[in-house]
Design a protein around this ligand. Structure first.
Ligand code: ATP
Length: 294
């Protein structure tokens, strides 16, 4: 990483009383990157990001955002958009008033109408926040975060509760911001979204960063899988296929194409149909599951 990172976290530790929520955490995010901070429940992701966002003080360690302390609001705040897990909108304000208020607080230039259009809330502009559905509230949170096209965008569980159309629209909007150079930090439990979009992933567990790298880096050490079921009475396949406790069979392999070909040949030779056949590379889910034993 040659240029100054947008985010530079060095040996960050945060204690709640005697409990270490974040322990000696270091990571950097380069300009234009999408960095996904993932992990188990209670791993410390939200706590770490609260420090990076300037909402919380570290017990020890250093955090720099655009080379400044994130608590230096004057220097940093107008460059950053934040979509938290829970919105802080006043229930009595309308959608338009809420976006206008958040826009004014962001100190960035934009048009409320453009932002409402972006999140498909134009028809709800006059509706009070208290009358929005969960998904509409989430889109309002996103609208407030991307008002004025921030240089750095924090997305904490951005698609939780969104239907598929709204998810696609949100990711389209994020893609457009990224094309214009915005850096994105994402936390999510929808691992396939991180798998598809992250340039790099940091995996947190019990307060520490256990692994970091591209999705390819992280999944390389684990085997790919083939899953299928057989109709009752079908012959039993030979290893490496093994029966799964919940029914069906699984093959774990580092040679996906070869094992898949062998399996199809076996099925063809026995006149057997492989029901619900799925074959794919290792997923981030598998990597995260492997952390649970650590
Ligand atoms: N204000 C607080 N006081 C004391 N402990 C806290 C506080 N906030 C969080 N914790 C604890 O710190 C740990 C880390 O919590 P945090 O919310 O950062 O995890 P997370 O990785 O974001 O989890 P999740 O995926 O469940 O949202 C948890 O064990 C949590 O119970």
């Amino acid at each position: 990483m040659t240029s100054t990172p947008v985010i530079d976290v060095d040996r960050l530790t945060l204690r709640y009383g005697g409990f270490h929520a974040v322990k000696d955490l270091s990571f950097r995010v380069a300009r234009g990157e999408l960095y996904a901070l993932l992990g188990t429940n209670g791993a410390g992701k939200t706590t770490a990001l609260e420090v990076v966002e300037g909402h919380r003080r570290a017990t020890s360690g250093t955090v720099r955002v655009f080379g400044r302390s994130p608590r230096d609001r004057r220097a940093v705040r107008h460059r950053v958009g934040i979509m938290l897990q829970e919105s802080g909108f006043s229930p009595d304000l309308t959608v338009r008033e809420s976006v206008a208020l958040m826009g004014a607080l962001s100190h960035r230039e934009d048009r409320v109408g453009r932002v409402l259009d972006l999140v498909d809330l134009t028809r709800r502009a006059g509706t009070r926040v208290s009358q929005l559905s969960g998904g509409e509230k989430r889109r309002l949170d996103f609208a407030a975060a991307v008002y004025g096209r921030p240089e750095l965008l924090f997305l904490d569980e951005p698609t939780a509760g969104l239907d598929i159309r709204s998810r696609d629209a949100l990711w389209d909007a994020v893609d457009r911001l990224r094309a214009a150079g915005t850096t994105v930090v994402l936390t999510t439990h929808y691992l396939e979204e991180a798998q598809q979009r992250a340039d790099r992933v940091g995996l947190m567990h019990r307060g520490s960063l256990h692994r970091e790298g591209s999705v390819a880096d992280l999944t390389r050490a684990l085997p790919a899988t083939i899953r299928f079921s057989l109709a009752p009475g079908a012959p039993t396949p030979r290893p490496p296929a093994v029966a799964r406790p919940g029914g069906g069979f699984v093959v774990e392999t580092f040679a996906l194409q070869r094992e898949l070909r062998a399996l199809l040949t076996w099925a063809g030779g026995h006149g057997v149909e492989l029901l619900g056949l799925e074959a794919g590379p290792t997923r981030l889910d598998d990597v995260l599951r492997s952390l649970d034993g650590t």
